[in-house]
Design a protein around this ligand. Structure first.
Ligand code: 3PG
Length: 215
């Protein structure tokens, strides 16, 4: 799929681009550009940079400016202020660990596509009330994994999920085989030790493996 740089993304485009959305924790701005280039070289370009470190926004800015093949997303978006800061830093999509209407409204006002986090039927219904049918299931493996996704397939036939949390190369295929799963999220593509060592080739290799998962 080709998404033009200026095009407004839909949540489904974010989810369909590759089988895995990397959940990235950056502690050093110097790692941002080589990390993003390494993932893009491996075929992964929807990058969820979590708002968990003091340098996260600066990392988004440099990736958005210097890695044209990457699409910057913000993870751990928990408030309207987080969404605004992320959009200002160049994020084009947002991922939240839970869902509030305030976060949904902020993202719509900012033109950010949002993958709202849900873990219960009530949360799915609240997100759907606000128009969201493509959702992050978090924390996926801790909260019920494939069995819960299969159960949700009954009542929530119109919802697609990105399970995230406890997902690994070992269990990703089982999740991706489910009809209501479009992609998965996980942190294994960008381990902190590889980034600290600057082993970008290994990150490209992990990205290639992830991009090759069938779904
Ligand atoms: C997170 O929020 O940290 C993500 O869900 C990633 O979880 P993981 O480290 O289990 O992949």
């Amino acid at each position: 799929m080709h998404v033009a740089v200026s095009e407004k993304l839909t949540s489904l485009q974010v989810m369909q681009d590759a089988p895995v959305i990397p959940v990235i924790v950056l502690n050093d701005v110097k790692h941002a550009v080589p990390m993003a280039k390494a993932l893009v070289a491996g075929g992964i370009r929807m990058l969820e940079i979590t708002l968990r470190t003091s340098v996260a926004l600066e990392c988004m800015r440099v990736i958005a400016n210097e890695v044209p093949g990457a699409v910057v997303g913000a993870g751990t978006v928990r408030s309207a202020a987080d969404a605004k800061a992320a959009a200002d830093a160049g994020a084009r999509f947002a991922v939240s660990p839970g869902y509030t209407s305030a976060v949904g409204k902020a993202c719509r006002d900012l033109g950010l596509s949002l993958l709202p986090g849900v873990a219960t039927g009530s949360e799915i219904m609240m997100a759907q009330e606000d128009g969201y049918n493509e959702l992050k299931f978090f924390p996926a493996m801790q909260a019920g994994g494939p069995n819960l996704l299969k159960a949700w397939g009954g009542p929530f036939t119109d919802v697609k999920f990105c399970p995230t949390g406890g997902v690994s190369p070992e269990n990703a295929s089982q999740l991706l085989a489910l009809s209501n799963v479009v992609c998965v999220g996980g942190s294994w593509l960008t381990p902190s030790d590889l980034m600290a060592k600057g082993d970008w080739a290994k990150i490209t290799e992990l990205a290639k493996q992830a991009a090759a998962f069938s779904r």
